[in-house]
Design a protein around this ligand. Sequence first.
Ligand SMILES: [Zn+2]
Length: 427
Amino acid sequence: MSSGRWARAWLDSIAALYPESQARLSRGSTWVGDGRVTDIELSPGQISAQIWNTDAVRTTLHVRRLTEPQQAHLVEVVVEQTATIAALLGGELPYALDSLILPTAGDLSVDCECSSGTALCTHAAALVHAVASLVDADPYTLLSLRGSSRSEITTNVQRIHHKRLGLTTVDASHLPRGADPGTSAAAAYRREPQPLERSASLAAQPGRLRPLASAPPADTGIAVNDLSSLVADAAQRAWAMLAEGTTSGLELSTGSDVVRRAANGDVESIAGRTGIDANELAAAAAAWRAGGEPGFRALRDRWQPPHDALTPGIDALTDLEPDTIVKTRENTVTVGAIQLRLDEQGYWWRFEHDPQLGWLLAAPGSPIAAEALSTTNPNGAPAPNGAPNPNGAPNPMRATAAELLDNAAPDSGALELPESDQQEFKS
Ligand SMILES: [Zn+2]
């Protein structure tokens, strides 16, 4: 239970604002004790949480943020007395600030999904008690709710205090900068996506990531390089969305996303870390580079097209190699070391056989079979950089991507690479 002075003062101020809600307030206290308040998000001027009763309900308390003059006044009150300065610099929130920080009439409003019609529903009452617990742990929670922060107040108190002491120069470089209100990661994730505004001043390329100021805490298990590469990848994707109108890629299955990363990165290292066979991943990455996700699908997916659907492919390959037998199987048409694959959207994809990596996508897809044969890969020839396979035979011990990723990606489209082709052109 909340027992600290600030927490009690917070509860008293709410009780005074909602005198008709005493019963709901005490029930709210029980709900907090029962663990019915989860997923708390605090940002300047508001706090919200998930409240569990028969259903989960999201409830939000909006607290009026302190204005600039109010914050300045708060600093003045602190610097009036040595005791309050000492308390603040010692990490306490001086209680002399109570009337400036605690909400009074008009400072608070409730927004609850339950729409009970009461000014303070039991969900909001539970959240009020959850706030009291947070305030007990750190009274500065109240200041954050009012849109300010410990570092902002402390910086200003020190500045004025030093000035009054006659210290003309203050080295402020070590002091925390003014608070950036920011938003919690959970709140940012939950936010409804808004249509993207194409900026007229979009940079010519994605921003470069500055070195991170500090490494993530050791107990997170996140390495600074991994975090940097994730941030760089996110920036690249965001830029591509604005510049090229591509999707975010967040809709990709885990397997497809691994291939996307491999196409833009170090295949061998990704293969090593995921346990996917390096040759298999190299072929998939090459397909992605040549044709994006549809190219990768063309490599991966086999299907049985209707009778006659392959005719344009057969004709195109017969024109190319008039004296060689054209073989068809499922959605593929093959002549020697060249293969056309028809995908279910009606696009033709040209593959060329590599003795080590098997069939490699050589060019972007085209709805016209002859065009797929003549198009060159705008990204240059696929540069397989898979691990060497000196025996020239598939390693029976290797983990296949499908095995690894089937469980990781319950949605369709886990990485599954056909394996049967490697045998066909051995002789
Ligand atoms: Zn409610």
